[in-house]
Design a binder for this molecule. Structure first.
Ligand code: EVA
Length: 614
């Protein structure tokens, strides 16, 4: 079962103590750590930052590219508390972790991009505690994202991702010690219905009773919800009704609600309280949220009933030295750059980002397509090239598929559970560029989409990004999508460097064929772009030059204008980013509109011109 994924917050009943800092770190090439008693602590180590990706901290290439087991260790002091639940929360550990506290295994987690929480009430000591993690960053075809490992002659392993971003790993997001009440809010969800001058807000809340005997205690618990507006004034308040021992539910109406909107965010604070019959407050939890609806109607995407055109980017969590570590300054700069050039949306390609990204998007009025790390579901180490060749890259016919699907479902569940209340999240993307032309792929994804639909209380649109082989004639899976996302590289991987005339013709031909299907759904171009070396100029524009990038976008935009069903354009990529080394990548992927240190290439101004007007 997934524990509470609520964002860790200090409230009148909750404490959050950060365990971030320098931790002991060691590689375990021979996987002997367990036998050598590393769970109790290890003697040879280096100190590295948590949170952090370890790869770009070192000058030794074998550490940079290290693949296998590695261990982290820290000590923390636990204050004396009575009648409290104590938990450890890990923002993300990539890709999998086994956690030991004071020598005892207390939990494990699969998946490198979502948080997990372990209840340590019974295992934590008052005073000193030793926390040890065994982490592993190998890739295979049963877990997400997909890839493989190559065994080298000296026995070491090299990650061979089936995806185009560096396999950054480690404890990449914050670690917190949470001191919670024994009766606590475990989860809640919000759903909105807008009427004239009124918003009906439906609330569901789950309660955790820890080890308390629920039979005797649950009757004593009452649940309340309050919405406070931006000025601190109560907008609505109600007691929730008991659904069963663990759940409460109810509805409040807010008159003249100030809606959250695209680049015009208005937030309410929702406060949930659990109180005993005699008025003792068990728990209080509050968060900022926004009231808005999302819908797809014919070829339109609607926010609060109004059509919206998505403008923006596919991004990565990626920065020099930090790798995939969340950093507020980098995130702030990214939002500033995106606002400057008129964007309103980004896709969390190709994995769920740190919680703080969604909070910042809520505050900025940005729209997010939230993507699960289902990337690399095509057996190739450079899908982005094979995607254009039309050759069949089978995937869903192998014995690994049932386990992969189980993991995929789990990550969808964790992502929706974590992100469902953010007004910024307008859709969930359940895959990036898998093989979708086989009957097996349809069977596989039907189950994923069905489950996601069940899980999302707001029933937001579900989508996935389709690569070139997923053509209108061959793709089996586009009928599962509420809006269709296309990743297309006409003018780069297809007919690149030639006259844009040919690329344009091929692009239009494909779009005509989609049009002929009459699917009556919106399409969003979720990737289009070309590698561009900042400062490389050429007249006439040639591949890799800034001039070529500008011409490339001019051609793509010309095409989009002629197809009304295109309801969004998310350029690939916001910034240059790190990848595995290869003959197609010069110091990483250079399709950024901004460089890796977030300075504009000239196409940033082209986008600004277009998006400020659109
Ligand atoms: C690219 N193309 O070739 C991008 C990749 C991305 O980085 C894709 O979805 O089709 C992928 O991950 O630059």
């Amino acid at each position: 079962m997934i524990g509470s994924l609520l964002y860790p917050k200090m409230t009148s009943t909750r404490m959050r103590l950060s365990l971030d800092g320098m931790w002991k770190f060691t590689l375990d090439k021979e996987k002997k750590g367990e036998a050598a008693g590393f769970a109790d602590g290890f003697e040879k180590f280096d100190m590295i930052p948590v949170p952090g990706s370890f790869s770009d901290l070192y000058t030794d290439k074998s550490i940079k590219n290290y693949c296998g087991d590695f261990w982290y260790e820290t000590e923390f002091l636990m204050p004396e508390v009575t009648d409290r639940k104590v938990c450890l929360r890990f923002g993300s550990v990539t890709h999998r972790a086994v956690v030991y506290l004071n020598g005892h295994k207390i939990g494990e987690h699969e998946g490198g991009f979502l948080p997990f929480v372990i209840d340590v009430t019974d295992t934590v000591n008052v005073g000193t505690n030793k926390l040890v993690l065994k982490v592993n960053n190998e890739l295979n075809e049963e877990t997400l994202p997909c890839g493989t490992v190559k065994k080298n002659r000296d026995g070491s392993l090299t990650a061979k991702p089936y995806f185009d971003f560096f396999n950054y790993s480690g404890i990449q997001r914050s670690v917190d010690l949470l001191i919670l009440p024994k009766i606590s809010v475990a989860d809640y969800s919000l759903r909105y219905e807008l009427k004239d001058g009124q918003a009906d807000v439906f609330i569901d809340m789950a309660v955790d009773y820890s080890d308390i005997n629920i039979e005797s205690k649950s009757e004593d618990v009452r649940a309340f919800v309050r919405f406070t507006d931006e000025h601190g004034k109560a907008a609505a308040e109600a007691e929730l009704l008991r659904v069963d021992g663990y759940h409460f539910g109810g509805m409040v109406s807010i008159d003249d609600p100030i809606l959250w909107n695209v680049l015009d965010p208005h937030l309410y604070t929702v406060t949930l309280r659990l109180i005993s019959q005699d008025g003792t407050v068990f728990d209080e939890y509050s968060e900022r949220t926004g009231i808005r609806t999302v819908a797809v109607q014919g070829e339109k995407i609607l926010i609060n009933g109004q059509q919206v055109y998505l403008k923006g980017y596919g991004k990565h969590e990626d920065f020099n030295i930090l790798g995939r570590t969340f950093n507020y300054s980098v995130a702030k700069r990214d939002f500033e750059c995106m606002k400057w050039n008129g964007a309103n949306c980004f896709r969390t390609s190709h994995y769920p980002y740190a919680d703080e990204w969604y909070q910042m998007a809520d505050e900025e009025g940005f729209l997010i397509i939230d993507e699960v790390p289902a990337v690399g579901m095509m057996r190739s180490t450079h899908n982005y090239v094979d995607a254009g060749t039309g050759k069949y890259t089978y995937f869903f016919e192998t014995p690994t598929v049932p386990t992969l699907q189980k993991n995929h479902l789990l990550q969808v569940e964790e992502m929706i559970k974590r992100d469902k209340n953010h007004p910024s999240v307008i859709a969930f993307s359940l895959f990036n560029e898998p093989e979708t032309t086989s009957v097996q792929s349809y069977e596989y994804f039907s189950k994923i989409f069905e489950r996601a639909k069940e899980l999302d209380p707001q029933k937001r649109p579900l989508t996935g990004a389709l690569e070139k082989n997923s053509s209108p004639e061959k793709c089996q899976c586009h009928r599962l999508l509420d809006f269709i996302c296309l990743n297309r590289y006409y003018g780069w991987y297809i007919s690149g460097g030639e006259d844009f005339f040919e690329a344009e013709e091929k692009f239009r031909d494909e779009l005509d064929r989609w049009k002929a299907l009459n699917v009556d759904k919106p399409f969003v171009m979720t990737e289009f772009g070309c590698d561009t070396l900042a400062g490389h100029h050429s007249l006439p524009g040639t591949m890799w030059s800034e001039e070529y990038q500008n011409e490339y976008y001019a051609m793509n935009f010309r095409v989009f204008e002629d197809y009304g069903f295109i309801q969004g354009e998310l350029v690939w990529n916001f910034a240059d980013f790190q990848t595995s080394e290869g003959i197609f990548r010069v110091g990483g992927n250079k399709k950024g509109i901004f460089t890796r240190d977030r300075q504009p290439k000239s196409s940033a101004f082209v986008l600004r011109d277009r998006w400020m007007k659109k």
